[in-house]
Design a protein around this ligand. Structure first.
Ligand code: KIV
Length: 271
């Protein structure tokens, strides 16, 4: 009898740092994508608040609602058998303080069965991370560029080593099991990675991190970006935009010119 694989535990992710096995992480927001990512051997899947830009067409992540996070995470969690699913807590639940954050994170875990949550921010968020961890919910931290603070800090590569070290250490000491480093100068990300006990997961932070995360729609050019609009730190592994665009144009032409459907694609009289 085939046995169902069990989900990767937080302890297993921590062990990967110890053994030097790199951690492969990607975002997903729906069932079929999560199934493919899981089957391909992705270790952790983030239901990111990047859903705002790549699925909802919003200019920033600030408009994502807790209900959106729950809706997408529930589908993703249902699809996986092995990967650890992490739900990104949307603005502003963690900014409102520990109690609001615990309430929001508990609701997400209760309604989706996600394995962990992600909380954005450094020193200022340490107390909140500790409260959520104390509530029994594993937390993935997120330091460096913080899209939820875009109004105050903008989008720019992070080059302040002292601040980065202080932020990441505070989040680690508050109990996070791993920390995303977003858009960080690569030698600084490598130095922070060496100094932390917990794994770092880089996005635009170079090869010195313990793992890497990319946004699914960037990896497959699904968000129809022109080459100059694509993030410098991402790599397109397959141009889905080109493939889908070609397929849709062929379908339109086939419908207009009567080539679709054929008899084989429709129903004749009952036999
Ligand atoms: O929301 C997201 O996809 C993220 C990643 C960029 C780490 O936070």
């Amino acid at each position: 009898m085939a046995t169902k694989k069990s989900a990767l535990s937080v302890a297993r992710i921590l062990k990967m740092k110890e053994t030097g096995e790199k951690i492969a992480m990607v975002t997903a927001y729906d069932y079929p994508t999560a199934r493919m990512a899981d089957a391909a051997g992705i270790d952790m899947i983030l239901v990111g608040d990047s859903v705002a830009s790549v699925v909802q067409g919003r200019p920033t992540t600030l408009g994502v609602r807790l209900e959106d996070t729950i809706y997408h995470t529930e589908m993703v969690q249902r699809a996986v058998t092995r990967a650890l699913v992490v739900a990104d807590v949307p603005f502003p639940y963690c900014q409102l303080g520990p109690m609001e954050a615990v309430r929001a994170c508990a609701r997400v875990v209760k309604e989706t069965n996600a394995g962990a949550v992600k909380i954005e921010g450094g020193v200022k968020r340490a107390e909140t991370v500790r409260a959520v961890v104390d509530a029994g919910i594993p937390v993935l931290g997120h330091c460096g560029l913080a899209p939820q603070s875009v109004k105050a800090e903008g989008y720019r590569v992070q080059r302040d080593l002292d601040r980065l070290l202080e932020d990441a250490t505070a989040i680690q000491d508050a109990g996070a099991f791993a920390i995303v480093l977003e858009c960080v100068q690569r030698d600084y990300a490598a130095e922070v990675t060496q100094k932390l006990r917990v794994p770092t997961i880089g996005i635009g932070a170079g090869a010195g991190c313990d793992g890497q995360i990319l946004v699914f729609h960037d990896v497959f050019n699904y968000a129809d970006g022109e080459p100059e609009e694509r993030p410098k730190h991402s790599r397109v592994y397959c141009d889905l935009h080109k493939i889908i665009d070609g397929g849709l144009r062929e379908y339109v032409a086939d419908v207009k010119e009567g080539r679709f459907p054929s008899d084989a694609e429709s129903f004749g009289p009952a036999k």
